[in-house]
Design a protein around this ligand. Structure first.
Ligand code: UD1
Length: 429
């Protein structure tokens, strides 16, 4: 299994091109199930999750092709993916495939919408908490589907098609919002999704669905109104920039010091994160094409932050912030309100010398002046990149094991950081 070696203690200076958002790419790919025509996606990041989902969609009959690079294009140019679901050949998403990637469960909505039936394996356990699917099932039932559980599978059907309805989410869920929004595009009549997730990736998918002929209004608000249409057609859509990748590199610069331009991204996608980074004493400046982040010499100030649905501070940045705050001058408090078990990075950060105490959903980070390199293990996607940030700031050598977690969500991480002066390499075995 591949590992990453980092020689810590070097500031980052230069430019990093931000990739298309993983969390928009996956539901956009799934949206291809809704139409018999081709959906063409540009700015698609080259990630393990994208390849896994291509295989899963292939099982339903979606023909996925990746366009080659054009002359003059650099590795920073995202890929173009063409997805054609002329015919859905199988409405079952089997356990062996769904268990590889939780987001593949989201095929439930579009399959029900287009084929009026779906049999999708329950996603099973996950390293960052129990992650139930009750909202998906209740929402499908609200749209008139019969939903049963049978042998670890969700079996859903809607004879004659789904019917528009009001559904109030008792809790904000990104995945359930994606799924129900997609299902409702082909339902008869009007659906209102109330207390829907407002994450920019949901808005990106809604914008793409509208280009495909859907009628969705209330985009960017917690009340999505969807007027069902007979069919959707093909379109071309550019994936929005990855705000989590943007915030992660911004925190890496805050941790190591230096001066880096993050290009091809948008400050408005991560205002809460920028505010927190600024409050540590790091400079962040929005530019025409992204962000400039710099910190020279000044110490880092501690923060008190709680994760919450967008536009508040994202759970997907919690581990990275914790790594940063181990370097602050004083105690920080970080509260995780979205996933109950998302603190597995704490014990790995401790191996690098971090002093963090946990009390329920709140971590108190006792910031200290230095971390020391050590051998650590990546436990999940965002936790593993927090170890990269800590390793870049630590003195000496850090080895990160199980980097396949990183490959799920960060494109060419070592190359992007090495180009800014980091001593980082992949050790392949
Ligand atoms: C998505 C993101 C993930 C991010 C998360 C929260 C993708 C591919 N993944 O995950 O990176 O960390 O949003 O911003 O976009 N819940 C229920 N019942 C349900 C569904 C969810 O109780 O039926 C709970 C979850 O356990 C969790 C909370 O709702 O506590 C939010 O989860 P959700 O927004 O659904 O996360 P995902 O869509 O899986």
């Amino acid at each position: 299994m591949d590992r990453i070696r980092i020689g810590g203690g070097r500031p980052l200076n230069g430019q990093i091109a931000i990739s298309g958002a993983k969390n928009a790419t996956l539901p956009l790919m799934i949206a291809s199930l809704l139409s018999a025509e081709t959906l063409s996606l540009t700015n698609v990041p080259n990630l393990a999750d994208v390849n896994t989902l291509s295989r899963i969609l292939g099982n339903h009959g979606v023909d996925v092709t990746i366009a080659g690079k054009r002359a003059g294009e650099s590795p920073d140019h995202g890929r173009t993916l063409r997805l054609s679901a002329a015919e859905i050949v199988d409405t079952t998403a089997p356990y062996e495939l769904v268990s590889r990637m939780r987001a593949s469960f989201w095929v439930l909505g579009p399959l029900l919408g287009r084929c009026h039936e779906a049999r999708v394996s329950l996603p099973g356990g996950c390293a960052i908490g129990t992650r139930p699917v009750d909202l998906f099932l209740d929402g499908c039932r609200a749209l008139g589907a019969r939903v049963e559980l049978d042998g670890g599978y969700v079996v859903a059907s809607a004879k004659g098609g789904l019917k528009g309805a009001d559904y109030v989410f008792p809790k904000v869920s990104v995945g359930a919002t994606h799924t129900l929004m997609m299902a409702a595009t082909l339902a008869r009549g009007r659906t209102r999704l109330i207390n829907a997730a407002c994450e920019p990736e949901v808005s990106d998918v809604a914008a793409c669905l509208n280009k495909m002929g859907a009628q969705i209004s209330g985009i960017d608000t917690p009340e999505l109104v969807i007027d069902g249409v007979e069919r959707l057609h093909g379109t071309s859509h550019g994936v929005l920039p990855d705000r989590i990748e943007t915030g992660t590199y911004a925190m890496a610069v805050a941790a190591t010091g230096g001066d880096v331009y993050l290009t091809g991204t948008r400050a408005d996608l991560l205002e809460s994160v920028i505010e927190v980074i600024k409050s540590t004493g790091t400079q962040v400046e929005a530019t025409n094409d992204g962000l400039r982040v710099s910190r020279n010499g000044a110490g880092l100030k501690p923060v008190t932050v709680s994760t919450a649905p967008y536009p508040e501070f994202p759970t997907d940045m919690q581990a990275q912030l914790m790594a940063l705050m181990t370097l602050a001058e004083g105690d920080s408090q970080i509260t995780e309100t979205i996933f109950e078990n998302r603190f597995m990075h704490v014990q790995e950060l401790a191996r690098l010398g971090a002093d963090i105490s946990l009390d329920g959903e709140t971590a108190t980070v006792h910031g200290g002046p230095s971390l020391n390199g050590a051998e650590v293990m990546a436990t999940d996607l965002r936790a593993s990149v927090s170890l990269v940030i800590a390793g870049l700031a630590a003195s000496g050598e850090t080895i990160i094991n199980r980097v396949y977690h990183l490959d799920r969500g960060f494109e060419r991480l070592e190359q992007k950081l090495a180009a800014c002066g980091a001593d980082i390499e992949r050790l392949t075995s």
